[in-house]
Design a protein. Structure first.
Length: 323
């Protein structure tokens, strides 16, 4: 399994990965993008930004890079970087299928992505990913599974994914929405010829949204690699947008609220990889300080009080503007 390479790494940041959702397309829902990216959102500007982040991440010990078909041209940007860095054979590459990017490189699009978990979409997007990433792809995940997703019941799709697994590709799924725990537990039950289909799960978990924690612990105990996304709650846990208790704990540690927010996730025993969604090299370096944060019981208790009702959290997330 490719994640064994992460476990064998010796850098303190081995459990932190870099996600490319914020830099592969001009529009996204993270707070502060106007300051982070500026006015130039051209393809070449974001290609350069992505490569700068990948360079900085690799230099600081990050070895997992996460992308998706719906992240604009993120797979293309990553493929370009890999082609220019043939010596980085120790990195692990994950991507996702199930959403199609539809914004045509605009921040003003009425709809930025369309979800479809059908076998036909899998076949199309698998071919597209293969054209860009080829044999550098280690992990392919179903993007944002919810309890009502047809991907949980489509036996033809399961058979196709099982064949990919037999050919050496790690198969996983990501989740979103207030019922993440239900989706995780349903996916854990899926087998093909008596073998568990999924080897990884990627879910949202952060100081504000903790509802998937118990299910992620179950997945970890079942042998799945757990990847945590949106540890910064799309920017709600960074800088001036961070809630007061988080900022107070950050002041006590001498580090940023972002580092403390990610450290809270890193200290969960079931969290194998925690993604940084940084849009700048400075943000990335600050995020990576999470590996040095040691939270005490009092600080953990104050941060635990930040958790929101998952329905309220996801309603708020759904209202964040693409910009």
């Amino acid at each position: 399994m490719p994640f064994a390479r992460l476990a064998a790494a010796t850098t303190p940041t081995r459990h932190i990965g870099l996600g490319l959702a914020a830099v592969g397309r001009p529009g996204y829902i993270n707070l502060g993008r106007a300051e982070d990216l500026g006015a130039d959102r051209s393809v070449e500007a974001l290609r350069a930004r992505t490569h700068e982040l990948l360079d900085a991440a690799y230099a600081q010990g990050v070895r997992y890079f996460d992308t998706a078909r719906s992240y604009g041209r993120a797979e293309e940007f990553l493929a370009d970087w890999l082609s220019a860095h043939t010596d980085v054979s120790d990195v692990v590459i994950g991507s996702k299928w199930g959403y199609t990017y539809t914004a045509d490189w605009s921040t003003e699009a009425e709809q930025h992505e369309v979800k479809d978990h059908s076998l036909a979409t899998y076949d199309r997007q698998r071919a597209e990913t293969d054209t860009l990433l080829g044999d550098r792809l280690d992990l392919y995940q179903i993007h944002s599974v919810t309890p009502d997703s047809p991907a949980l019941t489509d036996r033809a799709l399961h058979g196709r994914l099982a064949q990919e697994a037999a050919d050496g590709l790690t198969i996983g799924f990501s989740t979103s929405g207030p019922a993440q725990a239900d989706a995780i537990r349903a996916a854990l039950k899926i087998t093909v010829d008596g073998e568990r289909l999924f080897r990884t799960v990627q879910s949202t978990y952060n100081a504000l949204e903790t509802s998937a924690g118990a299910a992620l612990a179950e997945a970890h105990d079942a042998g799945l690699t757990v990847i945590v996304k949106e540890g910064m709650a799309n920017g709600r846990l960074a800088g001036p947008d961070a809630p007061r208790p988080l900022r107070e704990v950050a002041e006590e540690t001498g580090l940023g609220a972002d580092a403390v927010a990610l450290a809270l996730v890193l200290c969960r025993p079931w969290a194998d990889v925690v993604l940084s969604g940084a849009a700048t090299a400075t943000q990335l370096t600050s995020n990576l300080h999470a590996a040095a944060v040691d939270l005490d019981e009092d600080q953990l208790g104050r941060l635990a009080a930040l958790a929101e009702d998952p329905r309220a959290y996801w309603e708020r997330r759904g209202q964040l503007p693409w910009h």
